[in-house]
Design a binder for this molecule. Structure first.
Ligand code: OOG
Ligand code: MG
Length: 266
């Protein structure tokens, strides 16, 4: 073990404190350079349990990250990552985000799946995901790495619950089989100017492929997706930084749009 059990809790509290104090911190691999990805997932799991206990929140679902080849190459990795979404991460379109509660947030356009059935197993395919999902919805994920300058290695970001902070869902629920999710186009604007474009195929060829990958990974740890889970399948473009008073709109073919606005509100 690169991190001993005793120091597990210290590392977890270090990251949770960074989040609650809204203060970026030095990445943990500076102190634990041998931290493996598997150990990072152990830490992530413990961090989520402790965070749920502290904030009295419940599981909302799962998120995927690094699902595009471009982003994987940027990080020098060949695998996606997953983390957990909790109930206090859900933000509403009509309620501006509290910018002062975030360190250095970025917005990502994503396709969210709402699960209509439990789904578990190492053999689960994209087809199984499409069948078990009840709806797909346009989403914006707000990522907010707790690490200084948003810089980290793969074990760092996994332990930090994959930079999860907030998510906003659009209001149009569509049955998955009604759309060709790989060919969906997306345009994201910030204050009226286009800042990113993408297609569903950016997410491991098809967003349901990404979700199937996560289910297989979860199965190795005896877990799976649950009925009612919201699953963020990964960004369709690069993440866009935003500041107070910005408005970001992501528009998806067939899924409508989703809006994020940010204000200084206490
Ligand atoms: C990790 C999380 C990336 C995505 O959709 O690719 C992510 C990060 O880049 O901070 O959520
Ligand atoms: Mg994301």
């Amino acid at each position: 073990m690169a991190v001993t059990n005793r120091s597990d809790i210290e590392v977890i509290d270090y990251l949770l404190r960074a989040e609650s104090d809204v203060k970026e911190v030095v990445k943990i691999t500076d102190q634990y350079p041998d931290l493996s990805i598997d150990e990072a997932y152990d830490l992530q799991k413990k961090l989520i349990e402790r965070r749920m206990e502290k904030t009295k929140t419940k599981r909302l679902g799962i998120k995927l990250g690094l699902t595009s080849k471009a982003k994987q190459e940027m990080m020098g990795v060949h695998e996606a990552i997953y983390g957990y979404l909790l109930s206090d991460m859900l933000a509403l379109e009509w309620e501006p985000l509290q910018q002062h509660r975030l360190i250095h947030p970025k917005a990502e356009p994503e396709i969210a799946f709402i699960m209509g059935e439990d789904l578990m197993g190492e053999e689960v395919t994209a087809d199984d995901v499409m069948k078990a999902a009840k709806y797909v919805v346009a989403a914006i994920e707000v990522i907010d790495s707790r690490y200084k300058d948003f810089r980290f290695t793969l074990p760092d970001v996994v332990a930090d619950n994959c930079s999860s902070a907030k998510l906003i869902l659009g209001s149009k629920m569509v049955k998955p089989e009604e759309l060709d999710l790989a060919s969906i186009g997306m345009v994201m604007s910030k204050n009226g100017e286009i800042v990113a474009t993408g297609a569903g195929s950016a997410v491991l060829g098809h967003p349901a492929e990404a979700v199937a990958w996560a289910v297989q990974k979860l199965a190795k740890r005896g877990e799976g997706l649950k009925k009612g889970d919201i699953v963020l399948s990964g960004a369709l473009s690069e993440a866009i930084a935003f500041d107070m008073d910005d408005t970001i709109i992501a528009q998806f073919d067939g899924l409508g749009s989703v809006t994020l606005s940010s204000r200084y509100v206490k």
